[in-house]
Design a protein around this ligand. Structure first.
Ligand code: SF4
Length: 439
């Protein structure tokens, strides 16, 4: 049985040809799957009934199961997705390894196949933060995902599915809140850590996520319609997608691009490149490669330090791609006329938040033409850092702005359900969670 989720239009056309169907049927499946989010073949009414029946026997669409949903008072929803085990990846049957080692791997497999995504509504728009890897090998010291190590790369279908599921559950309606209205799509949340195990419900030829329907936030504090002019299409709420969940996107390049090509395709998910942001820790060859892509999202760099010594200590990847090399990569990045490079800077109290740090950041970015800096207040987690004071953050922002570097303070969403930047790590959040499953 062939998996269709994540397949490009060309692949679906080729698949239809192998069935002896006209190739254009592949385009129809593509449209039904990604533009209309019809995850059940019986709902693909743009196809002849006979083909739908045949697809149900010979193909499948596997969405990740929602293992848990945590709903914040600000309307954000943290999802724990259970993923299908990648064939062969965790199969220890017939292994020549010792029994104990096999059992360890098997146990690890049980908890490995999960990732997290966060849905964040605000007035006139919705932002979906998705993961590109389960765990991460980059080892940034302020990041809880780093503690998991790399579990596995996600497939293009698994990356795409997170956005499809969140969009399907929330449709074009935004549970709009008045708080944190200035928070842009970038850095509303950055990079938590999370795990759950997965299983699938199978219906006919289609594997469906259980409970794929809107779940109203338990602590909704307000609902408003979209702002005039804030919509992508009249009557629709703007959707932003940020690749800022688990994983380093540029270390899983091909599957990430496969997902993005469908996401950014007007005939696929149809999200504008202006509304999709890929965030990297600074994998310079990946940045160069991304710049050569015909279809690509916006670029964000997770900077978090003002000099190499500081960045080496926070982000060991800096030893491989030091700031001089990273800035050179950014300088050479081919920006489109409407585009700028965003630098994310998590404010860590007494670590990287001094006025001198701010002045060094100004000097660091001086050679770049179109940049902006998002300052992200640290979200308390089980790591040895503390928050910068609001005065310190404001002073930092003012220094950047005064020197001509646009800087904004971005407060993370979903702190109360551990959905904010750096907060999440296998944590349940007690009675305010709407979670239906306990890990
Ligand atoms: S911040 Fe991003 S790149 Fe760094 S360890 Fe966390 S997930 Fe990986």
């Amino acid at each position: 049985m062939i998996e269709l989720l994540g397949k490009s239009k060309e692949e679906l056309r080729a698949f239809c040809a192998t069935l002896g169907e006209p190739a254009y049927r592949g385009g129809q499946i593509y449209h039904a799957l990604y533009a209309e989010r019809r995850f059940d073949f019986t709902r693909m009414t743009n196809l002849p009934a006979a083909l739908r029946e045949r697809l149900a026997k010979e193909a499948r669409i596997t969405l990740p199961e929602v293992k848990q949903r945590f709903v914040s008072t600000d309307g954000s929803v943290r999802y724990l997705f259970g993923l299908r085990e990648k064939e062969g990846e965790f199969n220890t049957a017939g292994s020549e390894e010792g029994t104990e080692k096999s059992q360890k791997r098997s146990r690890r497999a049980q908890i490995q196949a999960s990732v997290e995504a966060v849905y964040m509504p605000s007035e006139g728009r919705q932002t979906i933060c998705i993961s590109t890897q389960a765990g991460c090998a980059v080892d940034c010291h302020f990041c809880l995902t780093a503690q998991l190590g790399l579990i596995r790369n996600l497939t293009g279908g698994e990356i795409l599915a997170q956005a499809l599921v969140a969009r399907e559950e929330h449709g074009s309606k935004s549970t709009a809140l008045t708080m944190e209205e200035d928070a842009g799509p970038e850095n509303q949340r950055r990079n938590p850590s999370k795990i759950a195990s997965g299983a699938k419900a199978r219906i006919g030829g289609t594997q469906l996520m259980s409970g794929l329907k809107p779940r109203p936030p338990r602590h909704k504090v307000g609902t408003q319609g979209p702002k005039p002019g804030a919509t992508e299409t009249a009557g629709k709420v703007q959707t932003n997608v940020v690749l800022m969940g688990q994983g380093e996107p540029l270390l899983n390049f091909e599957p990430v691009m496969a997902a993005l090509r469908i996401m950014l395709d007007p005939e696929g998910m149809g999200i504008s490149p202006k509304h999709v942001t890929l965030s990297t820790s600074g994998i310079v060859p990946g940045i160069e490669r991304l710049g050569r892509e015909k279809v690509r999202p916006k670029l964000a760099i997770s900077l978090n330090a003002s000099n190499d010594e500081q960045r080496d200590a926070l982000m060991p990847i800096n030893k491989r791609y030091p700031l001089k090399v990273l800035m050179e990569g950014c300088k050479n990045y081919p920006l489109r006329p409407w585009e700028h490079v965003t630098f994310e800077y998590v404010m860590l109290g007494d670590v990287n938040d001094s006025p001198e740090d701010a002045r060094r950041v100004v000097r660091l970015l001086a050679a770049l033409k179109k940049v902006k800096v998002n300052l992200i207040p640290w979200n308390p987690g089980e790591l040895p850092y503390r928050e910068s004071s609001p005065e310190r953050i404001e002073e930092f922002r003012r220094i950047l702005n005064d020197k001509g570097v646009p800087a904004f303070v971005r407060y993370s969403r979903g702190r109360d359900v551990m959905a904010a930047c750096g907060q999440l790590a296998l944590l349940d959040v007690g009675p305010q969670s709407s979670a239906s499953t306990v890990l």
